[in-house]
Design a protein around this ligand. Structure first.
Ligand SMILES: C[S@@+](CC[C@H](N)C(=O)[O-])C[C@H]1O[C@@H](n2cnc3c(N)ncnc32)[C@H](O)[C@@H]1O
Length: 181
């Protein structure tokens, strides 16, 4: 998914740079990462992979970039952790150029009314407290569409959490910013 990206790319919550090997040579990469420890490792890894653009201390809810700056915004396993999901997608929409794409891989809520969903709801207060504000019961696809993105790709798959009975249905989502925004 990331290998096809070109131009100015913003990675949100880039962590320690796990995605860096996936980007092609035609990418001008910028990242935000609010965690100081992860950011130090990210800066080291970015240099190792030849990316010289900035690694910035910022949150998705308040992106320190002008409107229509980026060709693409990417995130993996981040929208579960942001404080304000709707606001985050609004900010992503703002900083993208018209026709630009948001591409993300996220774990999402299970089917409404299911036992799987109930378990996710019970696990969420614990992971919010002990695992970096991680919510198991979020719906980032609806948040992306509410912000105005048009769906280009939506794949669904299951991730093995390693925690017995804790389900993690996941999505790979690509949304496009309309040309008239
Ligand atoms: C589960 S880690 C994923 C890291 C990396 N994207 C990966 O896939 O390896 C979640 C990341 O989101 C970052 N994060 C948490 N809240 C954020 C926010 N409001 N805005 C941007 N990043 C955030 C965390 O600091 C952390 O690095």
């Amino acid at each position: 998914m990331f290998a096809d990206l070109r131009g100015r790319v913003l990675e949100i919550g880039a962590g320690e740079g796990e995605n860096l090997p996936a980007f092609g040579d035609d990418v001008s990469w910028t990242a935000i990462e609010p965690d100081a420890g992860a950011r130090r490792e990210l800066e080291r890894e970015a240099r190792r992979y030849g990316f010289v653009e900035e690694v910035i201390d910022a949150r998705c809810e308040e992106l320190p970039f002008s409107d229509k700056t980026f060709d693409a915004v990417v995130a993996t396993l981040v929208f579960c952790s942001v404080t304000e999901l709707a606001r985050s997608f609004e900010e992503v929409m703002r900083v993208l150029k018209p026709g630009g794409t948001v591409a993300c891989v996220e774990h999402v809520h299970a089917e409404k009314g299911s036992v799987r969903r109930l378990i996710q709801s019970m696990a969420t207060p614990l992971s919010v407290r002990w695992d970096g504000n991680c919510h198991w019961n979020r719906d980032p696809v609806s948040a992306a569409h509410a912000a105005g993105f048009r769906e280009q790709r939506l794949d669904r798959f299951e991730l093995d959490t390693g925690v017995p009975f804790l389900p993690a249905p996941c999505i790979l989502y690509v949304g496009v910013k309309p040309l008239d925004r």
